[in-house]
Design a protein around this ligand. Sequence first.
Ligand SMILES: O=C(O)c1ccccc1NCC(=O)[C@H](O)[C@H](O)COP(=O)(O)O
Length: 264
Amino acid sequence: MGTILDQILAEKRKEVIVLQKEKEYFQIGETMYKRSFINKLASGSELAVIAEFKRASPSKGDINTGQNPKDQALFYKKYGADAISVLTDNRFFKGSFADLSAVRETVDLPILCKDFIIDEVQVLKAKASGANLILLIAAAMEAERLQELFDFAESEGLEVLMEVHNEEELEIALRTGAQLIGVNNRNLKTFEVDLGVTEKLAPLIKNAGKFLISESGIKSEDDVRRVIAAGANAILVGEAFMKADNLEGLLKAMKIPLQGAVRQ
Ligand SMILES: O=C(O)c1ccccc1NCC(=O)[C@H](O)[C@H](O)COP(=O)(O)O
């Protein structure tokens, strides 16, 4: 049966076949760095927050299936998010490309397509749906294929968040030339979450002059202070925001000035 990542990727291979047939009907608008997250990070003095629209997940089951993407996007914008991530996978996360388009139409923030991309046609689908950034996961493919997809996304005017979980993946990710390195604190094979993964990989990312985005398992201001101390430029938060009783309080508390934060 394989790990959950293996199962997701098997599903993606089927989706790619369907998308190939629909490709000629994609309406690709102009995006070309109009909402650049990289520029935002380069000019920011606060930790940047990528707030995720996430209905459900393999590790947690249903998280917040009743929420409307437009309403959630408006809250995220109002409370200070710098970008919005939308999980577009349907089978495992109950998301859709329609969710992404709805968010894109509602707020003017950079939009990340959070999916399991293994083929160019998914990049085109993300772009046609309104994404400004896509996620590429180093654990999902060979180094050569990762490079091809990275180059293709850039040639389409999309920024790339390159996700890693260990040193081997990081080495490959750095070779692609990606500016945005996402450290996933969640092991996608076991679901174990450990902010220590950000702490471990951060020096290598900072030494390479890249932006560090700490992803997954961040739930409190203390968690945020911990990843800032390690060197994070941004965080990506899903479940904690989708379940928050006081989203305004939580999101605003996480917008911590980088200068004031103590780095180890
Ligand atoms: O969230 C999962 O259970 C999951 C399982 C398998 C592959 C990916 C998964 N999540 C994708 C993500 O990376 C997270 O949605 C994102 O980093 C936010 O995490 P969190 O704040 O812990 O919801």
